[in-house]
Design a protein around this ligand. Structure first.
Ligand code: NAG
Ligand code: NAG
Ligand code: NAG
Ligand code: NAG
Ligand code: NAG
Ligand code: NAG
Length: 590
């Protein structure tokens, strides 16, 4: 999708016009909207949605009090500065605090509409340089579309209570073919506890430092990573009374790496003279470094944007994570002993095997000791290792590539503050397998990939476990793509996509025990006729099943769409019906 510069847009067009490029599966493509039936601009606009559980205000809270943060139109914005607006904390926030209340929930809502024809575009929302939302637009129709996405932004309470600047970047190109201008409103909804609840909720960070590019600039505030040697970084000094630190990483991939998990090895590309096909194989890893240490990694969920593979698969149910891209937390508390010397330290990002381009930035969440000016600490143990292997066999355009990779990172360190001498361990363990098979002279491609990610953090003061969190995520992906009936720059494409996020979380410690299990899976298929890079006819359907079971409630949804129409839609929030029961204190196996 739309990191798309004018020049890469042109390259894409040229690639599609080359007969050879279409013989090898024309993969990695985005397509702008198609009209399934003759255009009737007076039909009501289509409402797109990403399936997610509703964000529930905590029991006993009051609200919301809502404030419009920014209202903007995004026409020809490519290469221009972000839209900005001064941010002042809503008056109700100060009033609630003055009355002894506290923030219970903050929700950021992006609602937008568009009419005409347009590609899917990436967008970012920042407050004072810290990213609050990474999202992709829906693709418009002549009769118009609308959608909204909400993200729980309570963890940014420290930023929300200070004046700052909102910035929204949505790089769009409008011309005589791609006519869609996106109009959007950004609203903040706040809910409050009038008295401190019991037990008190886990405190949010006292300070959030952005690891992003500063305004003014003619782009998003993310770093753009263009190849595997590219390291983007920022130097930061950390307050000397920090006792906990968590890096929250935002990641999206575009242009040559939009479909990185389908990229063949370079030797296949070279042997077949396929210079227009992106390569570097199918494995990518975002590496996060603080000074010389790899503190963690992100093995990203394979978000498919709304114009990806076959745009008709995602109408109006959009693909998992496309409106609200997942973020990834890396606890760097064990390293605090090395960071609290008052000096600047280097926070850097790189992407293994990267092709142009990846948008990455991060928010550093810091918890400060209000009872001391200086905390001390030390890193006790640290270990990081990774391996990757490709089994590659091909003959001409047919071939089979099996890539496996694994990585672990673990660090233990202590920090002494008014909370005592606390020992924290953070670990990540990843495994990855990707099979990429080309057949029928490269006109069919099947990719089957699984990413398995385990991470956890535990903190103890020697006498008791203060905090324990475990997350186990599995991201399955299956993609079939078959090209046929080529005539000139026209061809037919049949696609099947299955992808999901399966996640188990458990946490324990001073705040009590919580557990959740999410199974979120989509199964989509479609066919289309493509001319140039326009879809001229086609059909698509998508079936999504979302099951969430947690100590904080349950949610279930089973929904199916075909050709822009929702065929059925069942949902519920019972913990007993349509989803399995929660099992007492059973921890997820990891
Ligand atoms: C277009 O849609 C409107 C509203 O649904 C309907 O009244 C009108 O008859 C339609 N026009 C055509 C040409 O189908
Ligand atoms: C934005 O808000 C204005 C004022 O309430 C409203 O007229 C407009 O339709 C909204 N636009 C979107 C895209 O929600
Ligand atoms: C690739 O190009 C080279 C040089 O132009 C040519 O010798 C070779 O036969 C080509 N290979 C294929 C598979 O087309
Ligand atoms: C994908 O691979 C997994 C594990 O290797 C396997 O269990 C699954 O059946 C495969 N799926 C398809 C559709 O081939
Ligand atoms: C979707 O639309 C296409 C073209 O208009 C049509 O051929 C196909 O039958 C439709 N599919 C469904 C499931 O309605
Ligand atoms: C709950 O426990 C029962 C019996 O111990 C087991 O069969 C079931 O799979 C468990 N369910 C979950 C969601 O863990």
């Amino acid at each position: 999708m739309a990191s798309l510069t004018t020049s890469s847009c042109l390259l894409l067009l040229l690639a599609l016009l080359l007969p050879l490029a279409a013989v090898a599966v024309p993969r990695g493509h985005r397509f702008p909207s198609l009209q399934l039936s003759p255009v009737n601009a007076s039909e009501p606009p289509t409402a797109f949605f990403e399936v997610d559980r509703p964000i529930q205000p905590p029991r006993g809270s009051v609200g919301p009090c809502s404030a419009l943060l920014l209202s903007g139109s995004f026409g020809y914005t490519y290469g221009r500065p972000p839209a900005t607006a001064a941010y002042a904390p809503p008056e109700c926030l100060a009033a609630a605090r003055a009355g002894g209340g506290s923030l219970a929930l903050a929700v950021l809502e992006w609602s937008a509409d568009c009419r005409g024809r347009q590609f899917d575009r990436i967008l970012g929302v920042w407050l004072s340089g810290a990213e609050l939302l990474r999202s992709c637009t829906a693709e418009p129709r002549p009769n118009g579309i609308l959608w909204s996405v909400s993200r729980d932004v309570t963890r940014y309470a420290a930023l929300l209570s200070e004046p700052g600047e909102i910035a929204v970047y949505l790089g769009n190109i409008v011309d005589s073919t791609y006519t869609g201008v996106y109009h959007a409103n950004l609203t903040l909804h706040l809910h409050f506890h009038s008295t401190t609840p019991s037990p008190p909720p886990t405190p949010h960070a006292d300070l959030i430092l952005p690891i992003s590019r500063s305004l003014p600039l003619n782009d998003g505030q993310w770093f753009a990573i263009q190849n595997s040697a590219d390291v983007q970084s920022k130097k930061l000094a950390i307050p000397s009374n920090t006792y906990r630190a968590v890096l929250e990483v935002f990641v999206s991939f575009h242009s040559s790496d939009e479909f990185w998990y389908t990229n063949p090895p370079n030797e296949y590309i070279e042997a077949n003279n396929l210079s227009s096909i992106p390569g570097n194989g199918a494995f990518r890893e975002v590496i996060v470094r603080v000074d010389e240490h790899v503190v963690g990694a992100v093995w990203p969920f394979t978000v498919i944007y709304t114009g990806g593979v076959n745009p008709l698969l995602w109408r109006p149910i959009t693909s998992i994570g496309s409106f609200n891209l997942p973020t990834y937390d890396i606890d760097i508390t064990p390293f605090l002993g090395k960071l609290m010397d008052g000096k600047e330290h280097n926070f850097g990002f790189a992407v293994t095997n990267a092709l142009d381009m990846w948008y990455i930035d991060a928010n550093l969440h810091l918890w400060l000791d209000h009872k001391s000016k200086k905390t001390v600490g030390s890193l006790i143990s640290y270990d990081a290792a990774s391996s990757a292997n490709v089994d590659s066999q091909f003959s001409g355009l047919d071939g089979r590539f099996v890539t496996s990779a694994s990585r672990h990172v673990s660090a233990t360190g202590w920090v002494e503050s008014s909370h005592g001498k606390v020992m924290t361990t953070f670990y990540q363990r990843f495994s990855y397998k990707n099979s990429n098979v080309y057949s029928k002279s490269g006109s069919e491609q099947v990719v089957n990939q699984t990413i398995d990610a385990n991470s956890g953090v535990s903190a103890t003061n020697g006498a008791m476990l203060l905090l324990s969190e475990e997350v186990h995520q599995v991201f399955p992906l299956y993609l079939f793509s078959g090209t046929s009936d080529e005539v000139g720059d026209e061809y037919s494409l049949v696609s099947v996509v299955k992808l999901g996020i399966n996640e188990k979380r458990a946490s324990g410690g001073e705040q009590g025990f919580s557990y959740s299990s999410l199974q979120n899976e989509q199964s989509a298929r479609g066919s289309m006729r493509v001319k140039g890079n326009l879809v001229t006819s086609g059909s698509g359907e998508n079936h999504q099943v979302y099951k969430y079971v947690g100590t904080d409630g349950c949610y279930f949804r089973d929904v199916n769409s075909k050709n822009y129409t929702v065929v059925f839609d069942h949902s519920g929030d019972s913990c007993l019906k349509g989803s399995s029961r929660v099992n007492g204190s059973r921890l997820p196996s990891s």
